[in-house]
Design a protein around this ligand. Structure first.
Ligand code: SF4
Length: 415
């Protein structure tokens, strides 16, 4: 399948580390920002120079960390490197994660002028007590301003990230947050249940009994409620934790036909993340970034200073598209690629995994490869077959949406 690549750029700087966060990000290292951006530009160029043919890129995602801590001069340098190294498609989705407490109208206008066309704001909650508990640096008025400024700057594709299942959060608290943020009318929502990660302050407090652990049944109730609520509000639930606007009185204008996967989608699905869920290749650039390309999954060194040093030193050519920053690589053989295609593809609750697309990609049908696993999951009522065009599509049932991990682990054979 001739699909364009996706590019993920990791910006591992934050003003403050939130108590629940286990991402590779650092507070108090902003003095390294400029040398980090220089190293990132060099890494982009190293990947671009590693192949003779131009590499087509359909999406770029600045994640973190807090990419909105970069200046517009930093972004200009990165964009120049990207356009020099790759063939960026004219309709490429170019997204940035932003902390609502770190944006200004002027900065957003400059980003829009550079070609950024999608913003993802880490809102998490509209409740001041919950934001304080999460140790977020913003309050809800920052969110309202950020959305207004983004629109004024010309962004018409906004995502708001939310969290539920927080300690002591009630269903009514969650409903209040969702009602408020839905009133901001974004094109997309992501909503994730809080997980207490080992090694974070939340993880330590919960294990010592200093913080109540979230109630999984209540979190499931919150997930069920928001799914129905956003459906009523015209958002399509297309991935376990993601919704895109599809219907606000001009449905067809908001839908696009994806010819490779023969499915209609809201124009506002996150195309970059679709690349992950369809198990298609992406470059991971920056400290701690993960990539999957050239038949290899790989990851870069975590620490900012080591990343800068390694990229600066360059060194012996490694397998494309890995650079001197890479510290781990795992070759992905055909069977593992099939398993991963099942695990990530089934997250797409509408698209699922189409038998025709799977057979075209791997030369073997879903039934031939996973007949036993599929029968078992059908028996539990966790997956179902639906017909789309001339192909059978395997996808999660409503019950499967909530118990996704029990489905995905059936395909973990090669791990
Ligand atoms: S702003 Fe985001 S990336 Fe930074 S510490 Fe908080 S949750 Fe983690």
């Amino acid at each position: 399948m001739d699909v364009p690549y996706a590019v993920y750029l990791h910006i591992p700087f934050c003003r403050h580390r939130c108590a629940y966060c286990d991402f590779n990000t650092y507070a108090g290292q902003e003095d390294s920002l400029s040398s980090y951006v220089q190293a990132l530009c060099n890494e982009i160029q190293a990947v671009g120079a590693g192949v003779s043919l131009p590499v087509r890129v359909g999406s770029i995602f600045f994640g973190g960390g807090t990419p909105s801590l970069l200046t517009s001069a930093h972004f200009r340098d990165i964009f120049q490197s990207l356009y020099r190294a790759f063939e960026i498609l004219p309709d490429a989705e170019i997204s940035m994660e932003a902390n609502p407490g770190t944006v200004t109208l002027a900065a957003l206008e400059q980003l829009r002028a550079l070609g950024m066309n999608r913003l993802s704001f880490g809102v998490q909650s509209a409740n001041p007590n919950e934001l304080r508990l999460l140790e977020r640096i913003h309050d809800y008025s920052d969110v309202v301003n950020a959305v207004l400024w983004a629109r004024r700057a010309g962004f018409d594709n906004l995502n708001l990230d939310l969290m539920y299942g927080l300690p002591e959060q009630t269903l009514a608290d969650w409903q209040k947050t969702v009602n408020l943020v839905t009133g901001l009318d974004p094109q997309h929502f992501s909503a994730y249940a809080l997980t207490l990660e080992h090694g974070t302050p939340f993880g330590r407090w919960a294990s010592r009994g200093l913080m109540p652990t979230p109630d999984p049944d209540l979190a499931a109730e919150m997930a069920e409620w928001v799914r129905d609520f956003w459906a009523e509000q015209g958002y399509e639930h297309y991935e376990i934790s993601n919704w895109a606007k599809i219907n606000d009185g001009f449905k067809m204008q908001n839908e696009k036909f994806d010819s490779s996967f023969r499915i209609y989608y809201s124009a506002f699905v996150c195309r970059h993340n679709l690349q992950y869920w369809r198990n298609l290749p992406y470059f991971g650039l920056g400290a701690g970034a993960h990539g999957y390309a050239g038949g290899v999954r790989y990851s870069n060194v975590l620490r900012i200073k080591t990343y800068i040093e390694r990229v600066r030193a360059g060194g012996a050519a490694v397998r494309w598209p890995l650079t001197a920053a890479a510290v781990n690589q795992i070759p992905i053989h055909r069977e593992t690629e099939m398993d991963e295609t099942m695990m990530t593809g089934l997250r797409l609750v509408q698209e699922g995994v189409a038998d025709a697309a799977f057979t075209a990609r791997f030369g073997v049908s879903l039934r031939e490869m996973y007949g036993r696993e599929i029968d078992e999951l059908l028996g539990f009522g966790l997956v179902e077959w639906k017909t789309s065009g001339d192909s059978g599509v395997l996808r999660l049932t409503r019950r499967g949406w909530l118990l996704g991990n029990q489905v995905f682990m059936r395909f973990l054979r090669g791990y």
